[in-house]
Structures are given as structure tokens and as C-alpha cells.
Design a binder for this molecule. Structure first.
Ligand code: NAP
Length: 416
């Protein structure tokens, strides 16, 4: 076999590493949407492993927005960022979701061995940072980096280099591509709903979930439902109603029936402000109707950001929490402080998840309590195309995946 690089899906011996690999790469000269920014290149396989690092032969990768942001170089120029942080390559391999086979391990690795089948989570950090050594939440570590976004060598390549703690046993019943599709959205949703003491999701809690049929939303509906809560999903078309209901939503709202979205009008502009308030209150009533009782959400699962945050803050229950992990529609978050302080609401930022939360979420998947919601699978060659669909909000409900070394949608082990 050609040792320069393995053809996709082939290898000679487990653990034998070629010099080069095929990878989807971004370069500064190509920054733009994924369809132009991503190109297949033959690049070196990461040769050196630190004691706590693992080389994984990637079988499949997940599809998510991190690749959109990395492709555009906005809001972060990922290449400049990685260069500054000790990764000198001029090409960047994105991809924050993946599953594969452990191919090589660093000298101190104890949790996995060559040949193990793993799913990879994206939370990387410096284990020597005092915060981590003191046993504190890695989610708050100054050295926290998202693998395949804030650090190079993501999953859209034949091999990836990760830290040992990022590897979790692959749920055996899942195909490679299904296993690769869920972690970013699932573990993020898990931290949002279970990670914030005082406002964790409880049995019978009404929960409002924006983008209920999306990657995050489809996971959030199931997590809330498994906890015995009552998720109400928001979508933008009637066709998505059934999808959300099948995942456990007790009700669904179509956001296109409202037109008050966007940043809050200035409170002294009474005409515009009253117009907004009318729309937001009408939305609150639609929530009661979808829920089937006159109760406000205890948690609002927020990620559209600019368009929806004012409404989220208004409708959340007294003492409840709006938990936000993104600003897909824009980054200017506006709110009316009068509702916020008088009703003692919580606006909580949340970003991905720590090792424990990734493991807890994967356990729910392994136990068959949560479906990864794999919707569509693409061959390696169509990686740019599927990320462009996400960028244009033209993708189907749930999570999508890409075959890297796996040769079929059904493949579950290294060889079959
Ligand atoms: P997704 O699959 O595209 O789902 C997002 C959904 O949001 C869309 O399907 C859309 O559903 C809805 N939406 C879009 N624009 C909206 C708007 N203006 N108002 C209300 N709803 C809107 O994406 P995703 O994977 O769930 O990710 C969503 C965001 O979270 C992205 O920005 C992503 O980068 C971010 N994210 C952050 C983290 C983190 O760790 N911080 C982790 C994962 C994802 P409808 O059109 O049906 O309403």
C-alpha cells in the first residue's frame, strides 16, 4: 500500500501511520463561506504527540457551525489565533465533532489504547493550569479551547490529534457517522439545561426551546423530556411541528406568525416600544397555548441571540433563567432591565461542556434515551457543500455527518 497517504477508508496495520493524509483545509487567502474556504489538501499527519495526546484515525465527522465561523475567519481568525497559541501551521483543519479509532498514544495516556473505538468531544485545556489542577470546572479554564475551532487538527481529516480526556467510548449501537454527529450540540445543550445550579431543568418545568428542530434544539427537547420537563419548541415552518413533537415537545410555535424580532426599540420611543411589547406578549400567550397551561418557561434555551433575546427575557418566569450559547442572528443582546431585576431573572452565558457533562450526555445516548437525530450524510468530497447548507440555514432538521474513513452510512466498526 502507498505509505505516503492512505486512500480514504484504507490502512495497512492498525497503528501504522503514513506521513501524509487528506484533509479539508482553510487558509487565510481563502477565508469566506465554506464552499470557497474549504479545499481538500494532502498535509502531514501530526507526527509528534505530547504525553497526554492521542492520534485518532477518523471514521466520521459531524457538521456544525464552527466550520462556518472558521471558514469566514470571523469572529476569530482561527489561523492567526492558533499560530499565536503554539500551532504554527498555515493551514487549518476544522471540525469539532468526530468518531474514530485510536491509532497512537502519548507516553502518559492511560484511558485509551490503540484500537479503541471512540467519540471525541471538543473541550481541550491545559491540564497543568492551576484552575484545572485544583479540580475546578474546565469549562471556566483560561486555557479552554474548542478542538477544531480554537485549536488546529479537527475532525475533517483522515487523522486528528486530540487530548486523552477528549476520547469517550463510542456507543456500540451507533454507526460511525451517527456517533460523530451529536457531541457539540448534545453536550452544549446538556450543560445549558443541567449545568447551572439553581436553574437546572426539573420535572414538570415548562422550557422554551428556540430552533427546536436544529442541532441544538433537537438535543435540548430530548434532554428536557428525559428530565420529565415540558419542552415547547419554536420553529419556522409547519413541517417541523411533527419532528419536534416526535422528539418529546409538548407543543410547537411558528415564529413566522410574529414580526417583533430584532433588538429592543429604545424605551423612550413609546410607539415603537409598545409595538414590540404587543408582539412579545402575543408570543408569551402562544407559549401558554402550546404548553396547554398558563405558565411561563422556567428556562429559555437561547441561541438565535439578537432577534429573540428581548422576548426571551420578557417571557421567562420570575426566578427563571435565559441560558444563551450563541448569537446566530446577531451579537447585540438587548433587554428591558425593568423586567429583569423586578422579576429576578437570570441571564446565563454557556459555552460547550466539560468532560463530565460530555460523558453524562454520551451515557444518555449509549443507554438509548437520546437519539443523535442524524438527518443526512455526505461523502468526504461533499464536506464544503454540507457546511454551506448549514451556513445558509438550508439544512434538514437534526444533525448531519460526513464519512471520512468510514465507507458506508451503516458502518459501525473499523472493518464493517
Ligand atoms: P441549526 O441546526 O442551524 O439550528 C438553529 C435553528 O435556529 C435553525 O434551525 C432555525 O430554526 C433557528 N433560527 C435561525 N435563525 C433564527 C432567528 N433569527 N430567530 C429564531 N430562530 C432562528 O444550528 P445549531 O447547530 O442548533 O446551532 C445554533 C447556534 O448555536 C449556532 O450559532 C452555533 O454556532 C451555536 N452553537 C454554540 C455552541 C457553544 O458551545 N457555544 C455549541 C453548539 C452550537 P427555525 O428556522 O426552524 O426557527
Amino acid at each position: 500500500m502507498n505509505q505516503e497517504h492512505y486512500p480514504l477508508g484504507q490502512y495497512d496495520t492498525v497503528g501504522n501511520t503514513p506521513k501524509f493524509m487528506l484533509a479539508h483545509c482553510i487558509r487565510q487567502s481563502r477565508f469566506g463561506d465554506p464552499e470557497t474556504a474549504l479545499a481538500v489538501e494532502k498535509v502531514p499527519v501530526p507526527a509528534e504527540l505530547k504525553p497526554n495526546e492521542v492520534l485518532v484515525y477518523v471514521m466520521a465527522a459531524g457538521v456544525n457551525y464552527n466550520v462556518t465561523w472558521a471558514s469566514r475567519g470571523i469572529p476569530v481568525d482561527v489561523i492567526a489565533f492558533c499560530n499565536k497559541n503554539g500551532e504554527p501551521e498555515e493551514h487549518f483543519i476544522p471540525g469539532s465533532d468526530g468518531a474514530g479509532v485510536v491509532w497512537k498514544v502519548g507516553s502518559a495516556v492511560k484511558n485509551v489504547r490503540v484500537g479503541d473505538e471512540v467519540v471525541i468531544h471538543a473541550c481541550k485545556y491545559d491540564p497543568e493550569e492551576p484552575h484545572i489542577k485544583n479540580g475546578k470546572d474546565p469549562g471556566f479554564a483560561a486555557s479552554l479551547r474548542m478542538w477544531g475551532y480554537e485549536s488546529n487538527h479537527g475532525s475533517l481529516a483522515q487523522f486528528t490529534r486530540v487530548q486523552d480526556h477528549q476520547c469517550l467510548p463510542k456507543p456500540k449501537h451507533l454507526s460511525w457517522v451517527s456517533a460523530a454527529s451529536y457531541m457539540v450540540s448534545g453536550a452544549t445543550a446538556y450543560r445549558m439545561l443541567h449545568g447551572w445550579t439553581g436553574n437546572t431543568v426539573q420535572k414538570d418545568d415548562p422550557v422554551l426551546i428556540w430552533g427546536g428542530s436544529g442541532g441544538l434544539g433537537s438535543m435540548a427537547i430530548q434532554i428536557a423530556s428525559v428530565a420529565g420537563a415540558k419542552p415547547v419548541a419554536v420553529v419556522s415552518s409547519q413541517e417541523k411541528y411533527e419532528y419536534c413533537r416526535n422528539l418529546g415537545a409538548v407543543g410547537v410555535i411558528n415564529r413566522l406568525e410574529f414580526d417583533h424580532w430584532g433588538p429592543l426599540p429604545y424605551w423612550k420611543d413609546l410607539e415603537k416600544y409598545q409595538g414590540w411589547l404587543k408582539g412579545a406578549k402575543k408570543f408569551g400567550q402562544a407559549f401558554w397555548k402550546a404548553l396547554g397551561e398558563k405558565k411561563n418557561p422556567m428556562i429559555v434555551f437561547e441561541h438565535p441571540g439578537e432577534d429573540t433575546l428581548p422576548t426571551s427575557i420578557l417571557v421567562v418566569e420570575r426566578g427563571g433563567m435565559v441560558v444563551v450559547c450563541a448569537g446566530t442572528s446577531g451579537f447585540q443582546g438587548t433587554l428591558d432591565l425593568r423586567y429583569h431585576w423586578m422579576r429576578q431573572k437570570r441571564l446565563q452565558g454557556s459555552h460547550f461542556a466539560n468532560d463530565e457533562q460530555c460523558a453524562a450526555f454520551t451515557q444518555l445516548v449509549a443507554d438509548g434515551k437520546i437519539d443523535p437525530c442524524l438527518s443526512r450524510v455526505f461523502p468526504f468530497e461533499e464536506t464544503a457543500k454540507c457546511h454551506q447548507l448549514v451556513t445558509d440555514n438550508q439544512h434538514p432538521p437534526g444533525n448531519m455527518g460526513v464519512l471520512i474513513n468510514a465507507r458506508s452510512v451503516e458502518q459501525r466498526t473499523l472493518n464493517g
